[in-house]
Design a protein around this ligand. Structure first.
Ligand code: IVH
Length: 690
C-alpha cells in the first residue's frame, strides 16, 4: 500500500470510530431519557408501564455502554444514584430559610379557634386553605442548581441541618435533574429548592425488619424511625436498598415560597417530576377542612404508609406573609393530629413463642380490643427485661399501641379504680414450651433461647424462612402447611422438602390433588434459583440477603464457601469477624454439613463468580480531585475490578492516593504520611499489570 493509501485507511478508521462514538453517545442519551421516563412512571406516578425485567434490561444496557465510555458518564445518569459515601459523618448545611415545625390541634374546637385567629389577623379577605396528609417521616430540603440536584439536607435544628446528598440521590422518587424544557413548562427558574417528607412505606418497613430479625439485628420501632435512621446511614448502597420515598410539599425560589399560591406550587412540583401526595384538597372554609380530616381518618388504615394527621396551610403566600410566625411555627399552618392508635385491654395470659434461632418471645394474650379498625388479641412484650421494666403481671390492664409495626406492643400498665392490678408474676420457662429443651440466657443478652438443635419450633421457623418469597419463593408453604409437614414428620429438615411427593402430600389434611400438584410445581421451580438464594435460605446467623449475594459472587460455589477459612471469608465485601465466625461455626457442625450435602442433590450449588483481577489485590486507594478521563465511579470500578479497594479517607494503611485536578486536603494528608501519590495514567498501568 502506498503511504497515501495507508493514510486514507487510517483516516477512514478514525472517522468510523468517531461516527460509532457519536451513535453510542446518542444511544446513551436516549436510553437515559427512556429510563428516567419509566422511573417517573414507577416511582412518582405509581403507574408502571414496563415489566421489571424489561426495565432492568434497559439499565444493564446503559451500564454496559457507560462502561465502554466512562468519559460520557454524567452525575445525573440513572446509573449514578449510588456513588461515593461521605468521608466522615455528614457536613453541616445552613438552610436557605429556617425549616420550621408546626403547632398542633387535637380536636375540632382547637382547629376552629385557629381558623378564627387566622381570619381575624388576615383581615377581611377571602381565605382558602390547602389540606394535605401529615406523613409520618422526616423532612428534607433539596437544593437544585441549574436544574441539577446539588444538595439534600435534613432539618437538623431547623437552622442547620446535615448534608445527606449521597443518600438522597439513591431515592428514585427524587429527580437527579430537571430538563430546561420541563422547568419552562412548570414556570420555575433553574435554581430552586424543594422541601418535603422522606418516608418508609409500610411494606418496605416490614421487609426490612424481617430481614433484620433474620440477621439478629435490633428492629426499628416504626417507619418514621426507620426512615430517619436510614437517611443518616453512612453507606449509600444500604440506603438504596431500603426503598425510601419522598413526597414534596414546598417549592422555594430565592428562599421564598413560590409561586403565589400553595396549590400552584403543588402543581408546579408535579410538573417538574416530583411526587406530590394525591390526597390533598383546596378548601374554602373550615367545614370543608373538617370534611377532609374525617375522610382521611377513614383512609388511614388503607394507606401503604403511616400518617399521623392532616396539615392545613393558608393558600395565598401573601396572606402567609401577613400572618407571619410565632417562635418556631408559622401562624399560617397547623397540624391536626389524629389520636395515636392505642387501646386498653386486660392481659389474660402471657404465652411464649419460639423463633427460628430458638429465641423465646413473651406475648400477651389479650381480651380482644378494636384498635384503628383491627381486632387485637396479642401484643408483644419483647423479652424478660421489658416485662421487668413495665412491671407487668398477668391480669393487669395495659395500654397497647399499634405502630407501623405489624405486631402491637404493650406500652404501659394502667392502674386505677376501674383497672385493678393483676397478681400473677410471669417467669420465663426453664424448659422450651415447644420441645422441653433447655432454655438459657447468655450473659449480657436480653434474650432467652432454647438450645435444642432439633426443637420443632426452630425447624418450623427455618422452613418458613427457607420458603419465604425473598428466599426460595415456595408459594403454598405457609404456616399451616409447615405445621402439618413437621408434626407428621414428613419434613425433618430442609432437604426433606425436595423429597416430598404427591402421595405424602395427599396424606395431609385439607390437601387435595390440585393443591398438592401446585406445591410440587413450586418446589420444582425453586430448584432453579441462584446460589445466593440457597445460601440465604440456610438461615446462617447474620447472613442476610445482601451478604449471601456477596458470598456467592466471591466463592462461586457452595463447596468453596463451606470450606472457607475465617480469614478468606473476611475478604468478602462487608464481611467482618462476627459474620465470618458465624459462617464458619455453621459449616463446622457435622449436621449442617450433611444437610447441605443432601441439598446439593437438588439445588444450584454453582454460582457466577464475579471475576476480579488480582493486579491490585490487597491494595487500598484513595481518590482526590477531578480525574480527566474517569468519573469517581469509573475509577473506583477500575480499581475494584483489578482486585483493589477504594477508601474515602487517607490513613497509614492507604497504599496509593490517586490525585486529579484540584486535589483536596487528602493530598496534604498523603504527603504528611508518606503515602505514594500517583496520577490516573499510573493508576491505569498499575491496574493492567500482571
Ligand atoms: S409543612 C413550616 N406539610 O410534620 C411548615 N409538614 O410537625 C412545616 N410533615 O417538620 C412543614 N407532612 O416533617 C408540612 N404535608 C406536610 C407534612 C409535614 C409531614 C412533617 C414535617 C414537619 C412536621 C411538623
Amino acid at each position: 500500500m502506498t503511504p497515501a493509501a495507508k493514510d486514507r485507511v487510517t483516516n477512514d478508521r478514525v472517522k468510523d470510530r468517531a461516527v460509532k462514538h457519536q451513535i453510542e453517545e446518542r444511544q446513551i442519551d436516549e436510553l437515559r431519557q427512556t429510563i428516567r421516563h419509566h422511573e417517573h412512571l414507577y416511582y412518582v406516578l405509581d403507574a408502571p408501564e414496563l415489566p421489571d425485567a424489561e426495565f432492568d434490561r434497559l439499565m444493564q444496557e446503559l451500564k454496559r455502554l457507560e462502561a465502554a465510555h466512562p468519559e460520557l458518564i454524567t452525575k445525573d445518569s440513572p446509573t449514578q444514584r449510588v456513588g461515593g459515601k461521605p468521608a466522615e459523618g455528614f457536613p453541616k448545611v445552613v438552610h436557605s430559610r429556617p425549616m420550621l415545625s408546626l403547632d398542633n390541634a387535637y380536636n375540632e374546637q382547637e382547629l376552629r379557634d385557629w381558623d378564627r385567629r387566622v381570619r381575624e389577623s388576615a383581615g377581611n379577605e377571602k381565605l382558602e386553605y390547602v389540606c394535605e396528609l401529615k406523613l409520618d417521616g422526616m423532612s428534607l430540603a433539596l437544593t437544585y442548581q441549574n436544574g441539577h440536584l446539588l444538595k439534600g439536607a435534613t432539618r437538623g435544628d431547623g437552622t442547620v441541618g446535615e448534608d445527606v446528598t449521597s443518600n438522597v440521590r439513591t431515592m428514585r422518587s427524587v429527580p437527579l435533574s430537571v430538563p430546561a424544557s420541563v422547568l419552562k413548562k412548570g414556570g420555575v427558574p433553574a435554581d430552586f429548592e424543594v422541601r418535603g417528607e422522606v418516608i418508609m412505606p409500610l411494606l418496605a418497613f416490614e421487609r426490612m425488619n424481617e430481614d433484620r430479625e433474620r440477621q439478629e439485628l435490633s428492629k426499628f420501632a416504626n417507619p418514621r424511625n426507620a426512615a430517619a435512621g436510614t437517611i443518616r446511614v453512612l453507606e449509600p448502597n444500604i440506603v438504596a436498598q431500603r426503598r425510601l420515598d419522598f413526597y414534596s410539599y414546598f417549592l422555594l425560589v430565592d428562599g421564598k415560597l413560590y409561586p403565589e399560591h400553595h396549590d400552584d406550587s403543588l402543581k408546579a412540583l408535579q410538573t417538574l417530576g416530583f411526587k406530590v401526595n394525591a390526597n390533598h384538597r383546596l378548601a374554602s372554609d373550615i367545614d370543608q377542612v373538617l370534611e377532609f380530616i374525617a375522610k382521611c381518618e377513614q383512609l388511614r388504615d388503607k394507606l401503604p404508609y403511616e400518617i399521623d394527621g392532616v396539615v392545613i396551610k393558608v393558600n395565598s403566600t401573601r396572606t402567609q406573609q401577613r400572618l407571619g410566625f410565632t417562635g418556631k411555627a408559622p401562624r399560617w399552618a397547623i397540624a391536626y393530629k389524629y389520636a395515636a392508635r392505642s387501646g386498653t385491654s386486660r392481659i389474660e395470659d402471657i404465652l411464649v413463642q419460639v423463633g427460628r434461632t430458638g429465641k423465646l418471645t413473651p406475648v400477651a394474650a389479650l381480651k380482644p380490643v378494636s384498635i384503628g379498625g383491627t381486632t387485637v388479641t396479642r401484643a408483644t412484650l419483647h423479652n424478660q427485661d421489658e416485662i421487668d421494666r413495665l412491671e407487668v403481671k398477668i391480669g393487669d390492664w395495659v395500654m397497647i399501641e399499634r405502630g407501623g409495626d405489624v405486631i402491637p406492643k404493650v406500652v404501659k400498665v394502667i392502674s386505677d379504680k376501674e383497672h385493678p392490678r393483676g397478681h400473677k408474676i410471669f417467669h420465663m420457662p426453664e424448659r422450651c414450651p415447644e420441645c422441653g429443651g433447655h432454655v438459657v440466657r447468655v450473659e449480657g443478652e436480653a434474650d432467652h433461647r432454647c438450645v435444642n438443635t432439633a426443637c420443632p419450633a426452630k425447624l418450623r421457623e427455618s422452613i418458613l424462612h427457607f420458603a419465604a418469597r425473598s428466599v426460595m419463593n415456595i408459594e403454598g408453604m405457609g404456616e399451616s402447611m409447615v405445621n402439618q409437614l413437621s408434626s407428621r414428620g414428613l419434613v425433618k429438615d430442609l432437604a426433606d422438602i425436595y423429597e416430598l411427593n404427591q402421595e405424602k402430600l395427599l396424606s395431609l389434611e385439607r390437601v387435595g390433588e390440585k393443591s398438592a400438584a401446585n406445591l410440587l410445581r413450586e418446589i420444582e421451580q425453586s430448584r432453579k434459583l441462584p446460589l445466593e438464594r440457597v445460601i440465604y435460605g440456610l438461615g446462617i446467623r447474620f447472613v442476610g440477603e445482601r451478604t449471601a449475594k456477596f458470598l456467592s459472587e466471591h466463592f462461586g460455589s457452595m463447596d468453596a464457601l463451606m470450606n472457607a477459612s475465617v480469614e478468606s471469608l473476611q475478604e468478602v465485601d462487608e464481611v467482618g469477624p462476627r459474620i465470618a465466625n458465624s459462617i464458619q461455626e455453621f459449616f463446622a457442625e457435622p449436621r449442617n454439613r450433611d444437610l447441605v450435602k443432601r441439598l446439593g442433590k437438588y439445588l444450584n450449588f454453582k454460582g457466577e463468580k464475579k471475576q476480579r483481577g488480582t493486579a491490585l489485590a490487597g491494595k487500598t486507594f484513595v481518590i482526590t480531585g477531578t480525574l480527566a478521563n474517569y468519573s469517581r465511579e469509573a475509577a473506583k470500578k477500575l480499581v475494584e475490578d483489578a482486585g483493589g479497594k477504594v477508601s474515602s479517607a487517607v490513613s497509614k494503611k492507604t497504599d496509593y492516593v490517586i490525585a486529579g485536578e484540584d486535589p483536596g486536603s487528602k493530598l496534604d494528608k498523603a504527603r504528611e504520611l508518606g503515602v505514594q501519590v500517583i496520577d490516573e495514567k499510573e493508576m491505569e498501568q498499575l491496574a493492567k499489570a500482571k
